[in-house]
Design a protein around this ligand. Sequence first.
Ligand code: NAD
Length: 418
Amino acid sequence: MAEEANPFESLQEQIDDAAAYLDVDADVIERLKHPERVLETNLTVELDDGSLGRFRAFRSQFNGDRGPYKGGIRYHPGVSRDEVKALSGWMAYKTAIVGIPYGGGKGGIVVDPKEHSEDELERLTRAFATELRPLIGEDRDIPAPDVNTGQREMNWIKDTYETLENTTAPGVITGKAIESGGSAGRVEATGRSTMLTAREAFDYLGRDVSDATVAVQGYGNAGWIAANLLEEQGATVVAVSDSSGAIYAEEGLDTQAVRDHKDETGSVVDFEGAEEEFSGEELLTLDVDLLVPAALENAIDEELARKVEADVIVEAANGPLTPDADEVLTERDVHVFPDILANAGGVTVSYFEWVQNRQRFYWDEERVNEELESVIVNAFEELVEAYESHDVPNFRTAAYVVAIGRVAQAFEESGVFP
Ligand code: NAD
């Protein structure tokens, strides 16, 4: 297998590709290719056996010209400084394309949470929150969940921050449990925007998503909800995978039953409604109408891209295609609808959560879903307009043309200080 693409270099390449279609000063583009600030810290945590564990952790703040930094916190052994920098940049351009007033941020701890008890994870999370405290705040930087983190970790971070600051500040973090100031619809938001993007994409291409066969890579928060909502739209979810392998059923999988099985056993494999099981990689080359990568970066490289049989890819994960894969898929006329739009539901409903926290006035799920739909459908229309008017090779470049244009304008309007 070829050497793994560096996600930060991928981000920079994506920015350069789009910059060619924009009338923005080269110095400004260069500025918009780097984060403003990166915290790197070594967290020391007492483990259950009394020994000390040491964990590297990062927080990258990419660009604050459109509003406070915003982005998730990931727990994974593969977390690196460059990965966090790339993810923070993708957040900056994601918030720009959906037009919500945030800059980009991202954080991560190099840890495999499966190897730690809940008590250890709580101490680790609170240690990270303590390091983050000077950098975060309702108007500074607002973290959220990402891979292997969820409501539990968000509540620990909020509690640590509020305790140390001696205040009430639910808007310091999003993705909280409802009783702790979370928003209705937040858990489902990323999968929902993936479904909405797929629906709009099929419509744009003159097709109907309800007739589509679908394969979903990754059956965590983003992947399972996307699969479930696509099934609700009438699509046939023929295959899903997680880090243990893939399952397939020609007539379609019952996505809720697969979720229940994964909750019980820890994996989608051995699901009794499946006709076949194969490797996660094979799922990516299935002959389906729609492929939804919803696991991690670099899932599809150049070699795999040549074998992809799907007509349409909607990226629920961040950065699932390497730039080389993107090029191959563009050449092969596979329509790729990019992460910065398709998974923007997460940050959009995080924004709704933050707005509700600040107003101390909470919306019902119906309102959240309606507002989300309007944000994603508008952003999709703006994406198509950019695609058709700029003669760009693919929808990703069109998305960056819109997003970089907005961030560059805010940067230029802010001016340079001092
Ligand atoms: P998660 O931890 O809930 O789920 C990740 C899933 O991917 C798990 O089922 C895991 O088993 C699977 N996986 C890992 N490696 C795999 C492999 N090689 N093959 C197949 N499956 C594999 O994480 P999540 O929150 O669903 O995030 C998934 C992706 O979506 C990430 O790229 C994340 O950045 C992105 N995303 C998530 C949100 C959100 O709100 N959760 C928002 C925007 C983007």
